[in-house]
Design a binder for this molecule. Structure first.
Ligand code: F6R
Length: 248
């Protein structure tokens, strides 16, 4: 998994946004849509800001872009500010000309008996769109990608999963206390993510340095789901200096 190290988070965001915009332009020149899998969280904020700037200033056209949000907390209200759909709308897709019908998110309120069907439909929608052209990823301190927590199976599909205590601790301040953090979440599985044609794994900050090193230099193991990206033919890790600080 090749690593690219940037002086600042801003440089990293510029680079990530350029890769994404080039892909969108190339595909749209061929009359093809671009299917993106997108995360929430602090890491991709700069990249989304940069993509919005490219839309505003250079007319980057999102009318042929299809977006799938990678994950969602299960059981929270649709208008909960921590909802990934709202987050992604606010930080990204409300600010560009992506078509509403081309935005797909997992439903935090799907009733228990419909979860399986909901997840199969999500996988079918991704497949039907031709699979992911590019998946943008952050990484959890435990090596999760999306909400594929440690010990997720490489072949896992979109599903309901139980959040790892480390993940719930990390979300505690957003929910005003760890006890308010949902116990479960819906996530796109590792299988559709690993089948993406391009993957960009972003990591910012010293607190990610240890897991970045394990992901890039450690053994490939279900203990660190992100380590499966070592086997991907076109996955890149984009890191700032602190996140790269423990690489050999
Ligand atoms: C969220 C997601 C997660 C985050 C990861 C890092 O949609 O997919 O895998 O990318 O937890 O979160 P931040 O960027 O907040 O450190």
């Amino acid at each position: 998994l090749p690593a690219f190290v940037f002086q600042t988070g801003k440089d990293l965001a510029l680079h990530a946004a350029q890769i994404i915009s080039r892909l969108i332009r190339e595909r749209s020149d061929l009359g093809q849509s671009t299917v993106l899998g997108l995360p929430t969280g602090s890491t991709p904020v700069g990249t989304y800001r940069e993509l919005i700037r490219l839309y505003d200033e250079q007319g980057l056209d999102f009318s042929n872009v299809i977006i799938f949000c990678l994950d969602e907390f299960y059981g929270i209200a649709k208008d909960n500010p921590q909802s990934h759909r709202l987050w992604l709308a606010e930080h990204f897709f409300n600010h560009v000309n992506v078509k509403q019908e081309n935005v797909h998110c997992l439903d935090s309120q799907v009733v228990a008996s419909d979860i399986e069907l909901h997840c199969r439909r999500y996988d079918d929608l991704i497949q039907g769109a031709g699979g992911f052209d590019l998946v943008l990823l952050g990484i959890g301190r435990n090596g999760h990608i999306g909400f594929n927590e440690p010990f997720s199976m490489r072949k896992s599909r979109t599903r309901l999963c139980t959040l790892d205590p480390i993940t719930r601790q990390g979300c505690a301040s957003d929910f005003f206390g760890e006890s308010n953090v949902p116990v479960q979440a819906l996530t796109v599985g590792l299988s559709p993510i690993l089948a993406a044609r391009h993957v960009l794994l972003l990591a910012l900050g010293e607190h990610k340095a240890a897991i970045v090193t394990e992901t890039l230099e450690g053994v490939i193991s279900d203990r660190v789901p992100a380590s499966y990206l070592q086997e991907h033919v076109d996955a890149r890790a984009l890191l700032d200096l602190p996140a790269a600080g423990l690489l050999t």
